[in-house]
Design a protein around this ligand. Sequence first.
Ligand SMILES: CC(C)(COP(=O)(O)OP(=O)(O)OC[C@H]1O[C@@H](n2cnc3c(N)ncnc32)[C@H](O)[C@@H]1OP(=O)(O)O)[C@@H](O)C(=O)NCCC(=O)NCCSC(=O)CCC(=O)O
Ligand SMILES: NC(=[NH2+])NCCC[C@H](N)C(=O)O
Length: 344
Amino acid sequence: MQVLRPISEKDFAALKTIAIESGHGFTSLPVDDDLLSSKIARSEQSFAKTVVQPQDEGYLFVLEDNDSGEILGTTAIEAAVGMQTPLYHYHLGKTVHHSRTLNVYNTVDILSMCNDYTGASEICTLFLREPFRKGLAGRFLSRSRFNFMALHADRFSDTVIAEMRGVSDEDGHSPFWQWLQEHFFSIEFPQADHLVGLGDKVFISELMPKYPIYANLLSKKAQAVIGHVHEKTKPALRLLEKEGFEHRGYVDLFDAGPTVESRLQNIKTVRETKRGAVRIVKPEELNLTEAQTWSVSNCGLANFRATFDTQVNWCGKTAAFKVTADIASALQVSEGDEVSGFIL
Ligand SMILES: CC(C)(COP(=O)(O)OP(=O)(O)OC[C@H]1O[C@@H](n2cnc3c(N)ncnc32)[C@H](O)[C@@H]1OP(=O)(O)O)[C@@H](O)C(=O)NCCC(=O)NCCSC(=O)CCC(=O)O
Ligand SMILES: NC(=[NH2+])NCCC[C@H](N)C(=O)O
């Protein structure tokens, strides 16, 4: 069975493997032992902390195959971004240049740097190792965060964002960065992305162009990737679009990947998640004619556990989830405990 749970110290080696596999532009997992260890420690503290309002917490989960003990993927939530170090975006706006005398009317796109998403919650670090990208695991990894957020809404902001990885090739060449590099930064994209991943953002304010940029003055290749995602990030974006996330013109400073947003309460999974008491039953007591796969979780924090399976029945009348004993055991719940679930 595949079980989602908070990361712990013993997962260091698996996290490092995922950091290596995730490649360029996957900002939140730089290959750096100290940073990865401190990410794990920070996550453990966050799950254990009493929180009145979202602050600097970061919740990092791993997907584990509980038969083999193998870690298959990661998924994470930052409670409130940009509160310790500024969070920058470009906003793609429009300006109209119009001359009635000459009968000229031109609309131009303008990129302006801003900190508009300060304080928002961010979902991030979504990665499923290649051999496991089949079935519902990717969907489960992405959507489970919204179940967790629904359960612990006080720990999160009303606005939720996701910074989607922008276009770059296997060697880490990003057409958008290429233009910035030529004119302003003089360092390669992987190095810049790595520094941001380490939290070292001072160089951004030091070297970034200070004035808004006319997008039509960028190279054609750079213009073409504004607001577009990395080939391997298309499924992640599709999953968020289905949840109701929208792109409102904010893009990443370095690779121009889109940042998408939604109100927490409008997210499809948050709206559809049901809560009820667990009833442990024998497999033959389940009605499996509808062949639905449910994602179910306990309602905990540090002991949060979630899994997905067809051996689950929701009974609306009694507000109860019927599950088999092995699912109850994976979720670490007993008869009558409260659980949460949605149809995957
Ligand atoms: C993102 C995941 C975990 C998704 O897992 P899977 O690939 O197994 O997903 P899936 O279920 O096969 O596909 C999800 C949905 O995307 C659709 N889909 C698949 N390929 C597509 C493509 N090329 N273009 C458009 N849509 C596509 C599928 O039909 C499905 O939609 P239907 O359900 O309609 O059939 C994985 O692809 C992955 O690890 N990618 C590499 C890492 C990465 O780039 N991560 C995102 C970084 S950005 C980030 O982390 C922030 C965002 C976030 O945290 O959510
Ligand atoms: N435009 C970018 N490269 N943004 C970062 C994308 C990756 C992803 N949000 C992460 O957690 O790392």
